[in-house]
Design a protein around this ligand. Structure first.
Ligand SMILES: NC(=O)c1ccc[n+]([C@@H]2O[C@H](COP(=O)([O-])OP(=O)(O)OC[C@H]3O[C@@H](n4cnc5c(N)ncnc54)[C@H](O)[C@@H]3O)[C@@H](O)[C@H]2O)c1
Length: 465
């Protein structure tokens, strides 16, 4: 079987994954129709505005404008060779992923399948077994469904918000699950990505060390499990570093030096060992819970994952405890938080630690001010249930503050003129929950897993030895 080149592709869902997938597929030469039920988002895209903040994405989409069409009309599925499902799978109340958007997308796709070969690709992160479920939904809603022509494939996404373009164009691996003939068609679709024959866009140059991605061909179930297990393992690494950091504080060790020391072991690796405020965002919390609830369905406990979750959310209280150790009480005090997005270079506020910090500080009677370089407008819409004063500028956040909590390691904050700004506070106290302050400043500084900022010299010593 052969796939047309360029292929006609439909991408369902215009969120972080859908937009990244549409941009990638257009950039490697395919003709892409992006479909979303959100008319406002589609209208924005048609006018050339990207509804999320992702570095370089607006330039990439603008450069592919001739290959990209945006619509709310599912009839575009009829002409598509490959249809990607990239809708959200938020956690339900018991932690089980809510599949309502996948189900409704599959039902809408089913009404428009044609009489040729078509591949329906699930890129959303879904519980193991969802590929079979989607196939059954398609069978139920498509009178002409033919399993020798209509294939369901799992192709989980591994991009990280903030570095989505590089992650998609130069991935470590492409995971494909499904029947062998469908996976052959998928490797044809991804051929320019697999052999890296496309011209690297200026917004995301190809790293010098990068050659080509590995391709993992497997079953639907294993592909779905690879995505969950990968996220769970990364979450575990961060929680491990955070757990060790608490002990470091008690025994006088320094978590950064410890993490560097253990990370030099190639079996462990340096990445995802940063202690701090813990993970947030739309994936780690949801996917660890999703895996635990899958275990529960099979009467199978997953105590390691549960502990990783507990350690993660404990870390948010640890930061408040550090603040209270200095201020005793925060009632009536002005606490300013720098950073609202769950990590730098994104406007995503889902499960952001700052949300929980504001909740805890509200309960304790503090007057909270918050600042973010990008996510303020979104917070005004999504966090209207919280009580905080948005600071229009970082200077405004420092003025008359009794304490500053550094919650997101944006470059803007790393490069601040800290001493000038601290002079405008009521009390120079900084809870640096991301360990970004590297030289002494005119303040009492609390960090995670270490005594105080030590400056670059100690770090360099570690790197040299
Ligand atoms: N965000 C990430 O970093 C990331 C990384 C890897 C995997 N994932 C997974 O990818 C999936 C999508 O995540 P996201 O962050 O892009 O979600 P998102 O919430 O940003 O976007 C989802 C989009 O789907 C649209 N949608 C919902 N129902 C629809 C329907 N029936 N038809 C058409 N459009 C519909 C929504 O309007 C929204 O625009 C999730 O399963 C997530 O776990 C996310």
């Amino acid at each position: 079987m052969h796939l047309n080149h360029p292929a006609n592709v439909a991408v369902i869902g215009r969120g972080y994954v859908g937009l990244g997938t549409a941009g990638l597929l257009a950039h490697i030469g395919h003709t892409v129709t992006g479909i979303d039920i959100d008319e406002e988002k589609i209208a924005m895209l048609r006018q050339g505005h990207v509804p999320i903040h992702e570095p370089g994405l607006d330039d990439l989409l603008a450069s592919q404008v001739e290959r990209l069409t945006w619509t709310t009309d599912y009839s575009a599925v009829r002409d598509a060779d490959v249809i990607f499902i990239c809708v959200g799978t938020p956690p339900g109340l018991d932690g089980t992923p809510d599949l309502q958007y996948v189900v409704s997308a599959a039902a809408s796709i089913a009404r428009h399948l044609n009489s040729h070969s078509q591949i329906i690709v699930n890129k959303s992160t879904v519980p193991i077994g969802t590929g079979d479920y989607v196939q059954r939904l398609l069978e139920d809603h498509t009178p002409s469904f033919d399993p020798s022509r209509h294939f369901v494939v799992s192709n989980p996404e591994f991009l990280r918000e903030g570095t989505a373009l590089g992650d998609s164009l130069y991935p470590d691996r492409i995971v494909l699950g499904g029947q062998p003939q469908a996976l052959d068609l998928m490797t044809q679709l991804y051929a320019p990505l697999i052999d890296q024959s496309f011209t690297a866009p200026t917004v995301a140059p190809r790293p010098e060390w990068f050659t080509r991605p590995a391709v993992v061909k497997t079953s639907l179930q294993s592909a779905e499990m690879i995505k969950y297990a990968a996220n769970a393992f990364l979450a575990l690494k961060i929680s491990f570093a955070n757990e060790i950091s608490g002990l470091c504080e008690r025994v006088g060790a320094d978590i950064e030096e410890v993490a560097a020391g253990i990370g030099m072991d190639q079996r462990i690796g340096q990445r995802f060992l940063q202690a701090g405020l813990g993970w947030g965002g739309s994936c780690f919390g949801k996917d660890t819970q999703g895996l635990i609830s899958a275990g529960r369905e099979h009467q199978y406990d997953m105590p390691i994952l549960q502990a990783a979750i507990d350690v993660n959310y404990r870390q948010r209280r640890v930061v408040i405890d550090k603040l209270l150790r200095h201020l005793k009480t925060v009632k009536g005090k002005r606490v300013s938080i720098l950073g609202m997005a769950f990590k730098p270079n994104t406007d995503d506020l889902r499960d952001a630690p700052t949300h929980d910090l504001i909740v805890q500080l509200n309960r304790l009677g503090a007057s909270v001010t918050a600042h973010d370089p990008i996510a303020m407008n979104r917070a005004a819409r999504e966090w209207s249930h919280l009580s905080y004063t948005p600071a229009a500028t970082v200077e405004e956040a420092f003025e008359r503050a009794d304490a500053i909590i550094l919650a997101t390691e944006w470059d803007e904050y790393i490069n601040l003129d800290w001493n000038t700004l601290l002079a405008t506070t009521r009390r120079p106290l900084v809870i640096d929950a991301r360990n970004i302050i590297r030289r002494p400043i005119n303040a009492q500084v609390e960090q995670v897993g270490r005594d105080a900022p030590r400056g670059e010299r100690r770090r360099a010593d570690v790197e040299r030895s």
